[in-house]
Design a protein around this ligand. Structure first.
Ligand SMILES: [Mg+2]
Length: 227
């Protein structure tokens, strides 16, 4: 039976030296002529659209579709520069895992991320791993992260002409939001503490497994093969 692996991006595949946050700040300043205040904002594991709506509302600007669109377009323009300028990297073991899974006939992998598709591409092309992902669910699909799972399952089915069983689907991410969004579609979940959350933080949300990092790809593969 085929397995489906759905990857989060930030804090899971890569760290980007906070290129995303810096881009949101610069884009806001460019459009509205003042520095935004992100101190009250929890961006980890959220979608770009949701974040844009929160930032606008927090600064007493209408979070209507026009303003959100303008903000995210400006964000994507700045993101190109920021991703190149900031010191980011692929996280431990990721390249080996992506490559291994890519060559396994029983496994398909895609993205399940709050990034806009174009933002995901900017980040992952920079780190030379975009070509591993033929499909995904993105922040374009919904501002609500918990609504992204069904989009990922549908695109996996379209791409592979195969209906992946939720119990053979694994959602991989660095935040409780990733775990929650996997559980909602009945998927298995793997947490990784390479973002803001520790292994105990992640385990509190009862994922199938949680790792400090993926430096030992064999340990990750044991989880997906044991299920
Ligand atoms: Mg993340």
């Amino acid at each position: 039976m085929k397995k489906l692996i759905l990857w989060d991006i930030d804090g899971t595949l890569i760290v980007s030296g906070r290129a995303g946050i810096h881009s949101l700040e610069r884009a806001f300043e460019k459009l509205h002529g003042r520095k935004p205040d992100f101190s009250q904002l929890d961006v980890f594991g959220r979608t770009d659209k949701w974040i844009a709506q929160q930032v606008l509302a927090h600064h007493d600007l209408p979070a209507n579709p026009e303003n959100v669109h303008a903000y995210l377009e400006a964000y994507l323009t700045v993101l190109h520069e920021e991703v190149r300028a900031r010191p980011g990297r692929l996280l431990p073991g990721i390249l080996e895992l992506l490559e291994t899974l890519h060559h396994r006939p029983d496994t398909a992998q895609g993205l399940l991320t709050g990034n806009l598709q174009r933002g995901a591409r900017i980040k992952l092309e920079h780190y030379k791993v975009w070509h591993y992902f033929a499909f995904g669910a993105f922040g374009d699909d919904s501002p609500i992260r918990n609504e992204l799972g069904p989009h990922a399952l549908r695109r996996a089915k379209e791409r592979h002409a195969f209906e992946f069983a939720p119990e053979r689907t694994f959602v991989i991410g660095d935040t409780p939001h990733d775990i929650e969004c996997g559980k909602i579609i009945g998927a298995k979940t793997i947490g990784v503490a390479t973002g803001k959350y520790s292994v105990p933080d992640l385990l509190a949300h009862q994922p199938t497994a949680a790792f400090t990092d993926f430096a030992d790809p064999a340990a990750f593969l044991r989880v997906i093969d044991g299920a």
